[in-house]
Every structure is written in C-alpha cells, then in structure tokens.
Design a protein around this ligand. Structure first.
Ligand code: NDP
Length: 282
C-alpha cells in the first residue's frame, strides 16, 4: 500500500515558512505585496483568485485583486500590467489564466516585469530554468518537487516519466526532475505505447487533465505517483488523472486529489511572492 504524500500538511509547512519570511520583511519596514489581475467572469478563476487572496492574508502578504471586465482590450490589459510593473509598493504580479479568448496570453505574460513574475511563466524565468540559472520556479512543478523531496522519494538516478508537456506544468517539471538527476521521459498525446513508457518509471508525474487515465497496470510496483490533474466528474466531485484506489495498492508513494498538488501550488506561490519582496528589500 502506497505511502500517502499529504499535500495539505506539506503546504501548511511551506506557508508557515513564507509567513515567517513575510514577518521578517515587515519588521524591516517592507510590506510584501502581490497583485492579481483577473479578467472576465470565469467561475473557476474567481475561486482560484479568492483562494490565493486568502492564502496571502494568512501569510501576511498584502494582496490586491485587479478585476477587469470581460470586454477588456489587449491595450488596456497591457497598460494595467505596466502600471503594476512600475508600482514600487507591489513586488509580485500574476495574471490569472485563462484570459478571455480575444486576449493574447503570451504577450500579456511577456509584458510582466520578470522580477515580479511570481508564477515563473515569463520567458526570462523559463529560459533561466532551462539554463539551470537561478530563477522563479513555476509553482505547480516546484510544488511537485517539494512533495517528492519531503515525501522522501529517492530521485538521484531514478527513471522519471512526465505525462503532459505544457509550458506551465509538463516542460518545467521535466527540467526540475532532470536537475534532480532523474532520467526523464516526457509523454504527450502523440506518444506511442504510453503504458509501456509509464511502467518503466520510478517516478510518474501526470499532468494531462483526463480523469483516472493512469491505471494500475501502467504503474510499476513501488513507484512514486504525483497526480497534478484536476478533473470535475459529472457528479460535481473532483478527481485526478490517476485511478487512485487501485494505483495506491501498487505504488510506493501517491498524492491524493484533492489535497495533493493543488494546495502546494498556492503555497509555492506564497513563497515566490515573499522571495520577490525579499529581492526588492535588498
Ligand atoms: P494542458 O491542457 O496545457 O496540457 C495537457 C497535456 O496533456 C498536453 O501536453 C497533452 O498533450 C497531454 N495529453 C492530453 N491527453 C493526453 C493523452 N491521452 N495521452 C497523453 N498525453 C495527453 O494542461 P495543463 O498542463 O495546464 O494542466 C494539466 C492538468 O493539470 C489539468 O487537469 C489541470 O487542471 C491540472 N493543473 C493542476 C494544477 C494544480 O495546482 N494541481 C495547476 C495546473 C494545472 P499534447 O501536448 O500532445 O496536446
């Protein structure tokens, strides 16, 4: 039976560390502050933004939610990004994704001052990660690494398979696992014999967005399985990409959904926000 890696508990530890750092900054007269730009009315985005604002409050980070209407133009969005970039009292800026379809996400992300890019999505930070230079790490993959490390999963020399190749999860995840000396394979929708590839893995990270896609027959006995997927089932409940019950009988370690990677993403965001404020305070 797999050891459960408790994302909620580990995230609480990370948030407590962020809160300590925030308190130290306040003692120096710096109030860490994060701005979130929310464009439109997407219900899931509203929930995510509310959760981020709540986490900020708990960690002693001032948060400012900038709500813009569904009909915001690209020029208006860019102008707002520039305004926040130039505001010395705000240390971190994130743009809640997805943006309404008429807006250019790439251009918006590139317009964020990379020193304020707490999501780690700016090309400057993505490029630094690729080069192995110090960078702001994207929150979800950084959170997965923290779960693996704090869960005690051996990484050096391990065979790791990442399923999904998005810019925000799959690709940076593969880079971080490579930095941790894993031998990494990345799978995607064109991968042939995906089950055979995943079965080789000591560490599996699934980030595809397909409910219960990773089944027990695809998982090696004793493997660590990190489930990034968040999928809503017809009955309204949430489930991951991994068929949790049967896979947990076979895996060595597993993360649940909810209560696994999700809370870590927010905790790592808090850490990135405090680090951005620390860099400013130097
Ligand atoms: P994207 O849709 O951007 O990427 C999905 C990836 O999965 C793509 O690379 C796609 O391949 C691959 N894929 C899709 N279907 C298959 C398949 N049948 N076999 C193999 N690969 C497949 O998603 P994200 O990376 O943004 O998110 C992935 C999941 O993680 C979602 O469920 C999302 O909700 C969740 N998520 C959770 C977070 C958290 O905090 N827990 C944070 C961010 C995301 P291809 O490139 O070939 O199309």
């Amino acid at each position: 039976m797999a050891q459960l890696i408790d994302g909620k508990a580990i995230a609480a530890e990370v948030r407590a560390q962020a809160a300590e750092k925030a308190a130290a900054l306040r003692a120096k007269g710096v109030e860490p502050a994060l701005a979130v730009i929310l464009v439109g009315e997407d219900p899931a985005s509203k929930v995510y933004v509310r959760n981020k604002a709540r986490a900020c409050k708990e960690c002693g980070i001032r948060s400012e939610v900038i709500r813009m209407s569904e009909t915001t133009t690209q020029a208006e969005l860019l102008q707002e990004i520039r305004r926040v970039n130039e505001d010395p009292a705000i240390h971190g800026l994130l743009i809640q994704l997805p943006l309404p379809r008429h807006l250019d996400e790439e251009e918006a992300l590139a317009a964020v001052d990379w020193k304020k890019d707490v999501d780690g999505f700016h090309r400057m930070n993505a490029g630094a990660l690729l080069n192995g230079a110090p960078s702001v790490l994207p929150c979800t993959p950084a959170g997965c690494m923290e779960l693996l490390r704090r869960g005690g999963v051996p990484l050096d020399g391990a065979e790791a398979v990442v399923v999904g190749r998005s810019n925000i999860v799959g690709k940076p995840m593969a880079l971080l696992l490579m930095q941790a000396n894993c031998t990494v394979t990345v799978c995607h929708s064109h991968t042939k014999n995906l089950g055979d590839v995943v079965r080789r893995a000591d560490v599996v990270v699934s980030a595809i967005g397909k409910p219960r896609f990773i089944t027990a027959d695809m998982v090696k006995e004793g493997a660590a399985v990190i489930d990034v997927g968040i999928n809503r089932l017809p009955d309204g409940s949430l489930c991951g990409d991994v068929d949790f019950g049967p896979v947990s009988e076979k895996a060595g370690w597993i993360t649940p959904v909810p209560g696994g990677v999700g809370p870590m993403t927010i905790a790592m965001l808090m850490m990135n926000a405090v680090k951005a404020a620390e860099a400013h305070a130097v």
